[in-house]
Write a protein that binds this ligand. Structure first.
Ligand SMILES: Nc1ncnc2c1ncn2[C@@H]1O[C@H](COP(=O)(O)OP(=O)(O)OP(=O)(O)O)[C@@H](O)[C@H]1O
Ligand SMILES: [Mg+2]
Length: 260
């Protein structure tokens, strides 16, 4: 197994009055798998990704990468946040090459690797553009390229296309599947969109409302490569319904009684 979570819990704040964000989460991921994580807002999805990236420590339980416990940020695990976090004063090429620069690679070597990843996310021709000269989707693709230059075994994506319009998202999801195939990287992706999760993933994990517990782990046995033809396929639609049934509805005082 590439990733193993064993009884992982995470609380924040005053130990006398803690906020329990995640409770007793256990699951595993195989190398090469594409897993999507869904759940209501505040269920701990981003927290779970930060724990796996080594940016936070669990309050209890453990997380293993292969046989090694995760003790901090590790180049074997790459993370792409919802906001692309590109450095505005650096060009696309210098943003993508940054992890290699931090690792002390020569300029020639880091530009060579960065250019290959820029081509992989189809941003060639934009190497010398600055982030503000790119669309939102292009910025996210640059952020993905910056993660890929580390050659991570596990890539964590936190709603990477959340802020984009539906058609751009669809296009970038297709790109992501292409990269997943080409690089054989293992992906754990957070998304709010159930139909997107089912279309992309080998498995969909569902977190409950806070404190987040793992409510369901649903295999998606749809054939690959996934195409748009699936959107109207009855097997796909049944799976979307199945995942949706596991997701807690937000409870907003005064609203639920008026809802049909
Ligand atoms: N650094 C922190 N300090 C204190 N509380 C935190 C911290 N990070 C997250 N939380 C709390 O943990 C809970 C889970 O937050 P998290 O961001 O993981 O949710 P999420 O599922 O990603 O939500 P969304 O879908 O809105 O992005 C929330 O109640 C949040 O307030
Ligand atoms: Mg989040």
């Amino acid at each position: 197994m590439l990733l193993t979570l064993e009884h992982v819990s995470k609380s924040f704040g005053d130990p006398a009055d803690p906020l329990h964000a995640l409770q007793d989460i256990s699951f595993q991921m195989r190398r090469g798998e594409f897993v999507c994580l869904v759940g209501p807002s505040g269920s701990g999805k981003s927290t779970l990704l930060r724990l796996i990236a080594g940016l936070l420590r669990p309050s209890s339980g453990q997380i293993l990468l292969g046989d090694e416990p995760i003790r901090g940020p590790n180049p074997r695990v790459g993370i792409v946040f919802q906001a692309s976090n590109l450095m505005p004063w650096r060009t696309v090429l210098d943003n993508v090459a940054l992890p290699l620069e931090l690792r002390g690679e020569s300029k020639a070597r880091r530009y060579e690797i960065a250019r290959a990843q820029i081509a992989l996310v189809a941003l060639n021709g934009f190497e010398h553009h600055y982030p503000h000269q790119l669309s939102g989707g292009m910025q996210q693709r640059a952020a993905i390229a910056r993660t890929l230059v580390q050659n991570p075994e596990l890539m964590l994506l936190d709603e990477p296309f959340g802020a984009l319009d539906a058609l751009t998202r669809e296009y970038l999801n297709q790109e992501l599947l292409r990269i997943h195939r080409a690089e054989n990287v293992t992906i754990l992706m957070v998304t709010h969109a159930i139909h997107e999760a089912v279309w992309l993933a080998d498995r969909v994990l569902v977190l409950s409302q806070r404190p987040g517990v793992l409510k369901a782990d649903i295999p998606i046995p749809l054939p690959r490569p996934r195409t748009e033809a699936l959107f109207t396929d009855s097997r796909y639609l049944t799976l979307v319904k199945q995942v949706r049934a596991h997701i807690d509805r937000p409870t907003v005082a005064g609203l639920s009684s008026k809802m049909p």
